[in-house]
Design a protein. Sequence first.
Lengths: 283, 287
Amino acid sequence: MADGRAAAKRQINSRLWLSGSWLLLLVIAALAAPLLAPQDPLAQDLFASRLPPLWQAGADPAYPLGSDSLGRDVLSRTLYGARIALVVALIAGSCTCILGAGLGLVAGYYRGWADLLISRFIEIWMAFPPVLFAILLIAVMGTGLTSIIVAIVVIDWTRFARVIRAEAMSQSAMDYVASAKVAGRKRFGIMVVEILPNVLPTIVVLLTLEMGIAVIVEAILSFVNLSISTDDPTWGSMIAEGRASIHQSWWVLVFPLITLFLTVLSFSQLGEGLKDHFDPVLR
Amino acid sequence: MSFLKLEGLSAQVGALPILRDVSLQVEVGEVRALVGESGAGKSMIGKAILGTLPEAIRITGGSIHLDGENLLAMAARERRHLIGAKAALIPQDPLTALNPARRVGPQITNRLVDILGWRRKQAQARVIELLDEVHIPAPERVMRAYPHELSGGMRQRILIASAFAAQPRLIVADEPTTALDVTVQKQILRLIRDMQQRHGTALLFVTHDLGVVSKLCQSMTVLYGGKVLEDTTVDEFFQSPAHVYSAALLAATPKYTDPDGSLMSVPEAVTRSVEAEIAAHDHRRPG
């Protein structure tokens, strides 16, 4: 028993460490992008187009990860892309979480007409195809960082609301909620003090998953050219550009793709690790 | 005057009656058992008194007087305050009755802060006293523990301490020993009885265990299908149960002296006659 627990803890720890360090690295890279980037991410140089990464023949040390068909530095663009990706992940993720978890909690705990209203709303909402919905929203609001964040929040809050509603419902049936009620605690107080701490691990997992999803959605939208203005380097637009010249210069596609993959994976692993970390039984 | 008085209480889920015209009283400091098989509505009566009925269940008639005030005629807010100040619950399952995500100490001190308006420090000192009173070793350490770190018996002791914390005058104990193992059950029952006697609290003891009733209670109410069949003292019940169902229930209690350890159930003829009685009652009072 004690051994199993220690083994489980070790696994959790390595998970947290690996995903945490990648994300930390990414945050540092994003913050220090102007210092770290060897080139201006927007500077074009047609004489230096499609340079291969450092370890291949014909590389230029000024372009460590090579350059794209317009001669822009892949490393610099990936670093600057991290800024947008992280801002979207953080802001869109938290806004989605607050809106969705809040509504889910109210629906699951208060039940009655509030639940009826919120649940019907969720069902209607989920009938829309999400990517199409996002594209439509951005077409209406225009491109830009705010539109992307709004689009992600508007599409994804139902994910939180549904799960948290179910969790809150099962927690409400517990005796400790009845005891608090008998003690004369207000309903809102019970929701915040008794129910919320018990759904918090789930919220944390969903939040980190949502951050990963936000990064993907942003990449999808910039892949179809609907993200921020086309000037700003984003991983999605880099992948889109790289796709066009995949046979001549694979590195333009592959490096932002690996970064994107590791980032999304790290977010979900961080969530899993944190969930177990918060679990009072495993603690 | 009785401290708790139910008169003609009826409740329904949709059109299905859950409680049928239930009347019972608990005097100040009295220990009354509420006895019946599963589904008889005994827990529902406890929940109706404490205001924790599931939303699907609707009270359709009658009154609940707690310390002379009709709970059903009060505004929700006042009702909550009155119940909080005068009554408490010892729940059935100690495993779900403590919030798993919070430390034990604050869960009990909160009650004193909420109900009596005490300060945190003062409440903490009182809770340590209470935990000591229910024989919990090292109360300070237990208060910092999470529920999962404690055994079922420990948790039930904590819940008993928590129920008595704010000096309620009525405690509803909803089968408080069902989820515990037999050796612990006895200790817990003795503890409940000691605490009840020391504090002079009235106790409504919901159970299906007649052995427990004979040891703990003074009076009892027998329920079947949400209807009161018999309302009597415990001595009288064990000597000469008045209702056929009561007699059958008593006969079905397993004894060590049974020849081959065979288990008896309430004969079908009896349940059928009781159901006929209930049907006749429903017919007399439509709606």
